[in-house]
Ligand binder design. Structure first.
Ligand code: SAH
Ligand code: SF4
Ligand code: F3S
Length: 475
């Protein structure tokens, strides 16, 4: 679990503005906690922005809060269990302070709707991912003694005009949401139900946000979407141009627009979908040094029958063709993936196909999970969740071990090379060490000397672990 609290990061000037707007009368304290994917963390920054404009200030300590908002994830059952445990804890606090408002946002709010409020009586307020503009009203409703719910999903909402309050530490890297929702129907996945239909955000607002971040000293942006390759603006699903006076913008065009903001602004993105990833995107990445040479391309399984049951829309052969394109167009690009073990009906042989693909691709990094059945998904309706938990876990452990070995091996090949590293902070172990990442997204540690957070430094690597490269700055 990663939780963000907002207090430290919102600068006083902004808070001052917000308070002035409300004549200093309202000064309720907000505590926020975020779970799940980067999009959720990015949404929390939008929520903070909306509520600060209403006169809220933020606190890092839930005990000081008037309003506690949990931005939640439903992707796997254990993600939801963690939130439930935390909610019961906050319920205890509410018994001592009945005025405390507890709200749930994000994917669990959307999935469970009124249930959390009426049946489980865990919260006062439920707001789905497309209803955050409504939060000030919802909070007022709760204050007047009602329970408040808005879980309407929208076909248009992209929060394009809201300037997020940056909650991440460091002031060097930031997320920018470029689209919302997902129109794929991977059979295991709850996201289409919790996030609604896919919609792309106006590219000019994205470029402006990147420019503003650069002006504030940020040096890296990550463009976020569940399937960035299907980003499209000014063109409808039937491929008709909407406004002839404006250009059509696809993901490759958008990447280029953001890369052109400044050569010193690094650009990353997540997540690509193997069925949609084009050579045009890879060629754009090759053209600009500041677009990082790192692609996250989730495979989920290396077996065609499993991929079919997962409804992923590609075969192993198609996926390998995309990997070959990456290796051809971007020879120094790192590749990571997501894998699920023990999906419905997965046999030992089918699982071994996943192991085989991992070895073929030689992923630099993998995010691995065992299958967790989610209510209402295609898989829940069509297939039995029939792989025993111990088998799911055993397979997961096998690929975790394999990935560890492969990551270690890859990092060994980095020794002796020099990488351009963006300093993101000082190392947890020692303030005299800087930590940052190279273009390939690998963490690099080196003595900070006179360099500052936000600087680019060429670092020569002299040792490595399975997660980190260690080196020294070279002039
Ligand atoms: N949009 C991204 C994935 C978002 S969810 C994509 O299409 O790749 C992140 C990862 O969680 C998925 O890639 C998948 O590996 C995992 N995941 C999703 N649903 C899951 C489930 N029901 N059980 C286990 N893992 C799941
Ligand atoms: Fe889920 Fe598939 Fe959409 Fe990713 S692409 S969010 S896995 S439905
Ligand atoms: Fe979780 Fe929702 Fe993201 S289910 S992974 S927070 S889109």
């Amino acid at each position: 679990m990663i939780s963000i609290t907002t207090e430290k990061i919102i600068d006083e000037k902004r808070q001052g503005e917000a308070i002035k707007m409300k004549g200093g009368s309202e000064h309720k304290k907000l505590y926020m906690e975020s779970y799940g994917c980067q999009m959720n963390f990015s949404d929390s920054e939008i929520v903070a922005s909306i509520l600060i404009a209403e006169g809220f200030s933020t606190t890092q300590d839930p005990k000081n809060a008037d309003v506690i908002l949990m931005n939640t994830c439903s992707i796997r059952d254990n993600a939801e269990q963690r939130v439930r445990n935390k909610l019961s804890q906050y319920q205890k606090q509410k018994r001592e302070n009945p005025k405390l408002i507890i709200g749930i946002l994000g994917c669990m709010a959307e999935r469970l709707k009124k249930n959390l409020l009426e049946e489980e009586k865990l919260v006062d307020l439920v707001a789905g991912p497309d209803s955050y503009r409504d939060l000030p009203i919802l909070i007022k409703e709760v204050e007047s003694g009602q329970k408040a719910v808005n879980v309407l999903l929208s076909r248009e909402e992209t929060y394009a005009d809201i300037s997020p309050v940056r909650l991440g530490k460091g002031g060097v890297t930031a997320f920018i949401s470029i689209m919302r929702g997902c129109d794929n129907m991977c059979s295991f996945c709850v996201v289409p139900f919790t996030r609604g239909r896919e919609r792309s955000r106006d590219p000019y607002t994205i470029v402006k946000e990147a420019q503003d971040l650069f002006n504030q000293g940020y040096r890296e942006v990550t463009l976020l979407g569940q399937n960035v390759d299907s980003y499209r603006w000014n063109i409808n699903k039937k491929n008709e141009v909407i406004d002839e006076s404006k250009p059509v913008v696809n993901f490759a065009n958008l990447l280029e627009m953001v890369a052109l903001v400044n050569p010193d602004l690094r650009v990353r993105y997540s997540t690509s979908h193997p069925k949609d990833m084009t050579d045009e995107v890879l060629e754009t990445m090759a053209k600009y040094e500041n677009i990082c040479k790192y692609i996250h391309l989730p495979i989920q399984s290396g077996n065609n029958d499993v991929l079919k049951r997962m409804n992923r829309g590609y075969t192993k052969e198609w996926y390998m063709n995309r990997i070959e394109a990456v290796k051809r167009i971007l020879p120094d690009c790192a590749i990571s993936t997501d894998i699920i073990t023990g999906f419905c009906g997965e046999t030992d042989e089918e699982f071994q196909d996943t192991v085989k693909v991992m070895k073929e691709v030689k992923y630099n990094l993998s995010y691995m999970f065992y299958y967790s059945e989610r209510p209402k998904t295609l898989a829940e309706r069509r297939f039995d969740d029939d792989v025993p938990l111990e088998v799911k876990k055993k397979r997961l452990q096998e690929i975790i071990n394999l990935q560890l070995e492969m990551s270690k091996e890859y990092h060994q090949t980095c020794i002796g090379k020099t990488y351009k590293v963006l300093i993101e902070g000082t190392s947890k172990k020692s303030v005299s060490d800087a930590y940052g990442r190279n273009s390939q997204y690998v963490t690099v540690i080196f003595p900070i000397e006179n360099y500052k957070i936000g600087d680019y430094v060429n670092v020569k690597i002299d040792s490595a672990t399975s997660t980190t490269l260690i080196g020294k700055a070279v002039k």
